[in-house]
Each structure stands twice: as C-alpha cells, then as structure tokens.
Design a protein. Structure first.
Length: 186
C-alpha cells in the first residue's frame, strides 16, 4: 500500500521543519523511517503541503521538485535538521549554519522553471531562511516522542508534543499501561 501524507505529518509549523520531519525517529537506528526514500512520496508531499502545511500559500502553490534536483533537496533537508536541532540544544555550531546556508544557496541557484507554481525545494529554502532570520525559531522544540522539530505557537510556550492527539496520547497511554501493570489492583 502506498503511503499517504496526513495533517499530522505537517505538525512542524513551518515547511522547512515538515520537510525535515519526513524522517521519523531519526536517531533510532532500528525504527527510523525515511518517507522520502520513495520518490513518489516526495512528489505527493508537495500536494499535501498545499493542503496541510502551516505555511501553505506563503510561497505560492507548491509543485514537486524536479527529479534531477532531488539530491540537492535531500541535502537541504539534512542541513535544515542538523542546524535547527543544534539550535534547540543551544549548541554553538556556526559550521552547521554555514552548511545550511550553502544548501539553501545551491537550491536557489538553479535556473527558474517555466512551469506554474513554486518547486518544493525552492519553497523549502525560503522557509528555512525565514526560520533562520525570524523570531519563530525561539519557539523551536523537539518532540520527546517522535523526535520531530516543531514550533510551539502556544501563548505560554507550554506545548510538549509535536501533536498532542498523536504523540501526547501515545505517551499517556504507555504511562497508563505501565502504571496499571505496576500498581497492585485494589
Ligand atoms: Zn511527536
């Protein structure tokens, strides 16, 4: 069965973060899934981002990245993830910012297409630039359940999970299961 992008997959709050989050459980070698391993899923991501992404319409209608640009796009994704993850951890890594700026430049340097819409890689580069320079990055967090990057837009910045309905509930259910096994029944 082919994979379907759902609204949950766009919990990052910015296109560049949703792209970075196409890798689930990034640091769990056994359970890690890269949704972009399937080129068809990279294409359908653009369509779904037009529907569910927090930045939908900001960069125009997204169209798939050209297949010959796919490697540069994945390079941008990885550089995005590394830089912003280091930022959340308050690591001083100017090299990772430099890597990301180079990846952005390499995507933006491509000749403009003649077709309608904005290629996904170009829009992702602009989204990453907004995050680098804008105030939203102060709201950046890492979900303790799935390790996704997300922007906490809540007023008092109290969000823990990328998506309460998915990651929050899963963790609560696990805790409840553990408690109900550990505590003696009355
Ligand atoms: Zn999560």
């Amino acid at each position: 069965m082919s994979f379907t992008w759902t609204a949950h997959r766009f919990s990052g709050g910015a296109l560049a973060l949703d792209v970075a989050n196409s890798v689930v459980l990034r640091f769990d070698a056994e359970r890690r899934i890269d949704r972009f391993d399937d080129p068809a899923a990279v294409d359908t991501f653009a369509e779904a981002a037009n529907l569910y992404g927090a930045e939908r319409n900001r960069f125009g209608t997204l169209v798939p990245t050209k297949s010959e640009r796919r490697n540069a796009f994945i390079g941008l994704r990885e550089a995005t993830d590394r830089h912003f993850r280091a930022l959340v951890r308050t690591e001083n890594r100017p090299d990772l910012l430099a890597d990301l700026l180079e990846a952005i430049a390499s995507v933006l340097r491509q000749p403009a297409g003649s077709g309608k819409g904005t290629p996904l890689d170009v829009a992702t580069a602009h989204s990453a630039l907004r995050l680098i320079a804008g105030p939203a990055r102060e709201r950046l967090k890492i979900c303790p359940n799935c390790a996704w990057l997300f922007l906490d837009r809540s007023r008092n910045r109290s969000r823990t999970w990328c998506d309460m309905a998915v990651c929050g509930n899963r963790t609560k259910a696990r805790r409840h299961y553990r408690r109900s096994r550990e505590e003696p029944k009355p």
